[in-house]
Design a binder for this molecule. Structure first.
Ligand code: ADP
Length: 403
């Protein structure tokens, strides 16, 4: 069965078509600048990339993508019927969803109702679902939540110590994110360790533009660094990560800005970008630091230090771990940052093989710890879309059986 994976943002819509008979990617692309000036659609297949005129809204974007996929000359399928199901990424499932589900009107309404907790993401995700339902009314649709994997966290991990009444009334708590990636690498780790998933104890570090670290016990998330929103936790590309909430009040009063403006600043202008003063792109910041730019080096130091702290916290919570896993654009590619995070942890049983960390074939699972390391260290490439497609396939298969 072919499965179409959709990741809808407010002005973009990423898509991937996967053939689940062999779990191979058939085509992918992005509808960018939807409804804005000069929108366009990229389309990659068989090592080629083409660009098409974009769309005014999400519904038009889906229609155009489908037309490209079935195009007689450049298409990869013959008709829409060759798409067995659609899987949609939704950022916030809140306390309502602990796993991927088949989409019904009730599910979509709940996704919309959760917008209060993810105002930048859920409305756009829901827009993608509604557009797809309109264009493909007979194709089953599934929703995969970024937060679902973290619903196994115990209360003591997900609660903030605010007044209990406020937590109960407003659902203010830690929800985490990147759940699909943490779940995928945990499953891959179980395979390489030759263990059942429910025997895995690990620390998974998803380091990309957005970054989070998760503590895994018995194959389940028991704590994670992101909070009510993705702003909490590590220093990221443009996010500050953890800070004293009083900083918000301080910035509001000194910069004469509203809370919304300061939160926007903490989400979009801080982190690597704010400290380096150059860019949020880790690779670029690394290059500049190598050329002697001190602000860039400081930005990298802050990022690695914040990650090291979470690794330490989770080693304490878990009482050691089978493995530390690095994934995401930075986790998979930056030997320097990996080394900075796990160096000087020998007394905690963590010993990196520095040579292996620098020299290995990218794009596959690699063990980069020394033989003496009690805690193994792995680089495991993530594949969130494949995880989403697997969930979608499982749900649709059961649907067919129960019919
Ligand atoms: P997203 O969170 O948007 O999915 P990615 O996981 O693709 O992001 O990660 C993007 C980050 O990975 C960027 O900061 C990019 O510079 C970084 N990155 C990619 N390749 C390298 C590399 N070879 N060395 C260092 N950083 C890299």
């Amino acid at each position: 069965m072919n499965i179409l994976i959709i990741n809808a943002g407010s002005s973009s819509l990423k898509y991937q078509l996967l053939d689940m008979s062999n779990e191979k990617l058939i085509a992918k692309g992005n509808c960018e600048k939807i409804g804005l000036n000069e929108p366009f659609i990229s389309y990659k297949h068989d090592g080629k990339e083409e660009i098409f005129e974009g769309a005014k809204n999400h519904e038009e974007a889906i229609k155009k993508v489908l037309n490209i996929l079935v195009d007689k000359e450049i298409g990869v399928i013959k008709s829409f019927d060759e798409i067995g199901a659609v899987g949609h990424r939704v950022v916030m499932g809140g306390w309502l969803f602990n796993e991927s589900v088949l989409i019904t009107e009730d599910v979509t309404k709940k996704v919309e109702a959760l917008s209060d907790l993810a105002p930048l993401h859920n409305p756009a995700n829901a827009m993608g679902i509604r557009a797809c339902e309109k264009v493909m009314p007979n194709t089953p649709q599934v929703v995969i939540f970024d937060t679902a994997f973290h619903t196994t966290m115990p209360e003591k991990a997900f609660m903030y110590a605010i007044k209990l009444e406020d937590y109960e009334k407003y659902h203010i708590r830690k929800y985490g994110a990147h759940g699909t990636s943490h779940r995928f690498v945990t499953q891959e780790l179980a395979k390489v360790l030759g263990k059942n998933i429910d025997e895995v104890k690990a620390i998974t570090c998803h380091l990309g533009n957005g970054s989070s670290i998760t503590a895994i016990e018995n194959g389940k998330s028991v704590d994670t660094s992101m909070g009510l929103t993705p702003l909490q936790g590590l220093v990221m590309g443009t996010r500050s990560g953890d800070l004293d909430p009083t900083v918000v009040q301080f910035l509001c009063s000194h910069k004469k800005q509203s809370v919304d403006e300061v939160l926007n600043y903490l989400n979009k202008e801080c982190g690597l970008l704010g400290v380096s003063g150059v860019t949020s792109d880790h690779r670029e910041v690394t290059k500049e630091a190598e050329n002697g730019n001190k602000r860039c080096q400081l930005a990298l130091d802050l990022l690695a230090y914040s990650a090291k702290k979470y690794v330490g916290i989770y080693l304490a919570i878990l009482n050691g771990a089978d493995a530390i896993v690095f994934t995401g654009g930075i986790g998979e590619n930056s030997a320097e940052t990996r080394e900075q995070i796990v160096e000087n942890m020998e007394n905690l049983g963590v010993v990196l093989d520095k040579e292996k960390n620098k020299n290995f074939k990218r794009g596959q699972v690699e063990l980069i710890s020394a033989p003496s390391s009690k805690v193994k260290i792995y680089v495991i490439p993530t594949n969130e879309e494949l995880m989403m497609a697997r969930d979608t396939l499982n749900i649709v298969k059961n649907l067919k059986k129960s019919k």
